[in-house]
Design a protein around this ligand. Structure first.
Ligand code: 5GP
Length: 191
């Protein structure tokens, strides 16, 4: 999506460890107009997939996920992060290793909000090694719901997450796909 690539070129900074900092429009300060455009595009691409709910993980996935849900006309659920969970009977839980914070989190969704008839779209801000998406896949499996797609605002194609989603046989939409960070600049994948 050109508008997103332009914004990344303009405002993104590359940090050590292949981390792209985009905290003036996505990860801290949020540009609502841009989020609306991203949500519109995800909704357009998944319009015929029969989505009943949008799933994400707090906190950075929430802004694009809620806009996508708005445009699909369905609810959005964000998995909550906890350091460690006890008393999990009413929760679906999964373990997720955080790429940026380098800690393990348990993520959880209340069982009341997922139903075996649901068909969900997973939305997140970044796809790196795919740990966050895998955690939501694990929850979907436990809840016996179908994952009809994964939409990420930015994927780093050179890391493992892209292949993980492809290998799972789930349709993947990345609105910006980064092929490499070279000499302090972002190179986008061509396709
Ligand atoms: P994964 O679970 O795919 O390894 O990493 C995805 C999660 O880590 C995202 O939800 C995002 O919060 C964070 N993340 C991964 N790579 C980056 C990055 O380059 N920049 C930022 N800001 N967050 C990232």
């Amino acid at each position: 999506m050109k508008i997103l690539e332009d914004r990344i070129r303009q405002d993104g900074t590359i940090l050590p460890g292949n981390v792209l900092k985009v905290d003036n429009f996505l990860n801290h300060q949020v540009d609502p107009q841009l989020m609306d455009q991203l949500g519109t595009e995800f909704a357009r691409q998944f319009a015929d997939a029969g989505i009943t709910k949008v799933l994400t993980v707090e906190s950075s996935g929430i802004a694009p996920a809620v806009m996508t849900a708005l445009h699909l006309g369905v609810p959005m659920i964000f998995a909550r992060k906890h350091k460690s969970l006890t008393l999990t009977d009413h929760l679906y839980t999964a373990k997720v290793y955080s790429y940026t914070k380098q800690v393990n989190n348990d993520i959880s969704i209340d069982r009341r909000f997922l139903d075996p008839n649901d068909k969900v779209l997973i939305i997140d801000d970044f796809l790196a090694n795919g740990q966050a998406v895998q955690g939501l896949f694990d929850i979907a499996r436990d809840a016996q719901i179908e994952v009809a797609g994964v939409g990420v605002v930015i994927e780093k194609r050179f890391q493992k997450g892209h292949q993980l989603v492809v290998d799972a046989g789930v349709p993947l939409v990345a609105l910006a796909s980064i092929a490499a960070f070279e000499n302090g600049t972002v190179t986008f994948a061509q396709d």
